[in-house]
Write a protein of this length. Structure first.
Length: 257
């Protein structure tokens, strides 16, 4: 094995991705974090950072070869379907081990009133049956699914301003978590919210809204996670570090004949 640590590529701007990057930097591992560039002012991880896509699976495979990457960790958001599929295909082409680091999803508890749906379109069709004032926390890129819902008020919380089409009755709140349950409850009371719409993102960063909805007796429309490629999955940074300890150094990419 080479005495020079081989590079690890981390995909994603999640809190898990940042925590893993910090741990690897502390371990002396060369790491590059790739961010999609969809947030105007992302929280940057430690170590090397690149922003923007790779140009599909073939572009990723080429990048892995050029930078002598030993392993890739896909730590993107649970709803980043396209990136995860591209990572699986690109790593397979390059012969580079791939791990999925994904936080566990949320589970309803006693007192919760959750309505599971498979898409934001299904959520948009359901909300008029449940209430008239909706707290929408599905991200700015999904707001167009609700553009045709004309008889419901939406309070939409996003990190960056959304682009049209948007629902005709909407107030946009630009904010970035984490959020405390008591603050979420106060926000819902202030806006007289009677329905919460969110994605099953998991984690504690934005879980406070679910606690608030339970306490206020508000139904939750929860969008299920999409399927991901069949790769090994861990749920925390320690699991990812253990996996990397097994795989780094087992792969050595060679160029030329």
């Amino acid at each position: 094995m080479s005495s020079i640590p081989q590079r690890v590529l981390i995909l994603g701007g999640t809190s898990e991705a940042r925590a893993l990057a910090a741990a690897l930097v502390a371990d002396g591992v060369p790491v590059t974090s790739s961010l999609a560039g969809r947030v105007a002012a992302p929280r940057l991880p430690e170590g090397g950072v690149r922003i923007g896509g790779f140009g599909g699976p073939d572009g990723l495979a080429s990048w892995l070869a050029e930078h002598d990457v030993a392993a890739v960790v896909d730590a993107t958001h649970p709803f980043a379907e396209r990136i995860s599929a591209s990572a699986a295909a690109g790593c397979a082409t390059a012969g580079v081990p791939l791990l999925r680091l994904e936080r566990p999803g949320w589970e309803p508890g006693p007192g919760d009133d959750w309505r599971w749906v498979d898409s934001l379109d299904e959520a948009a069709a359901l909300v008029p049956e449940l209430g008239t004032r909706v707290f929408l926390t599905s991200g700015r890129q999904g707001l167009s699914a609700f553009a045709g819902v004309t008889d419901v008020f939406f309070l939409a919380r996003c990190v960056d301003p959304p682009e049209p089409p948007l629902p005709p009755r909407i107030e946009v709140l630009l904010s970035r978590g984490p959020y405390r349950a008591e603050d979420e409850a106060a926000l819902m009371r202030e806006h007289r919210i009677d329905v919460l719409v969110t994605k099953d993102s998991g984690g504690t960063h934005t879980e406070g809204k679910l606690t608030a909805a339970r306490e206020l007796g508000i139904p939750v429309v929860m969008v299920r996670r999409p399927p991901h490629p069949d790769v090994e999955v861990v749920t925390d940074v320690d699991g990812a570090r253990a996996w990397l300890a097994r795989h780094r150094g087992l792969h050595h990419h060679t160029t030329g004949a």
